[in-house]
Ligand binder design. Structure first.
Ligand SMILES: Cc1ncc(COP(=O)(O)O)c(C=O)c1O
Length: 211
């Protein structure tokens, strides 16, 4: 696999870090006409909803490093967690399927909204194995047992938020820099991102500092 990602172009010595191509990149940038008019300043969006043809969002960037580690270690089964409608679990399952890996989701209950129902159907469609647990303690125990008994299994942290996953967003900052240099987008004053674990934000902060 040729490693031509912006981060490795800048730091070739980092190519010893496992990486596998997953995302469609660079993701396009669009000026938001109406919002810019309303707020009287130029607002741009980087379309990271388009990182993947089936299931975009922020996870696939993280998976380029996390799945590379999984493949390098020869693991066959992914163990991860969430609630029954977990977006992270679905994104993991979709990506795992592309690599011929199976996904076990250890999930807690949550109210059955329309979105949760849709994700449950998608979990089923993409072949996730769901383990419904009563509480976080039971879930932790069940995951540990699975990981001990199945030596081919690999634990993916919630939201793939780990040092490896964070590298996906260090690379995203370098990708944005290339778009600025090519004058596809003006250099932004501020970047806004959604926040959960802060791994996305941490990767971008580090990447922008280095880029
Ligand atoms: C689409 C999207 N972007 C960003 C985030 C926040 O990610 P992080 O946990 O890295 O802060 C989430 C959280 O799940 C998400 O679903």
């Amino acid at each position: 696999m040729v490693k031509e990602i912006p981060l490795f172009k800048k730091y070739p010595k980092l190519t010893n870090i496992p990486w596998v191509s997953i995302i469609v990149s660079p993701t396009p940038v669009h000026k938001m006409g109406q919002t810019s008019k309303t707020l009287k300043r130029d607002i741009w969006v980087k379309r990271d909803d388009l990182t993947h043809t089936i299931y975009g969002g922020n996870k696939p960037r993280k998976y380029e490093f996390v799945f590379a580690d999984i493949l390098k270690k020869g693991k066959k089964t992914i163990v991860t967690l969430g609630s029954i409608g977990t977006n992270h679990g679905l994104a993991t399952t979709v990506t795992a399927r592309d690599f011929g890996l199976s996904t076990h989701l250890f999930v807690l209950e949550q109210p059955l909204s329309e979105g949760v129902r849709e994700n449950l159907l998608c979990h089923h469609f993409f072949g996730a194995k769901l383990h419904l647990m009563r509480n976080p303690f039971h879930r932790k125990l069940a995951m540990k047992i699975k990981l001990i008994l199945d030596r081919s299994s690999y634990f993916v942290t919630l939201g793939a938020s780990s040092p490896l996953g964070t590298l996906g967003f260090v690379n995203a900052a370098f990708e944005l820099k290339e778009q600025i240099e090519k004058k596809i987008i003006p250099e932004p004053d501020k970047l806004f991102v959604t926040v959960g674990s802060l791994a996305t934000c941490a990767g971008l902060v580090l990447g922008l500092e280095l880029a």
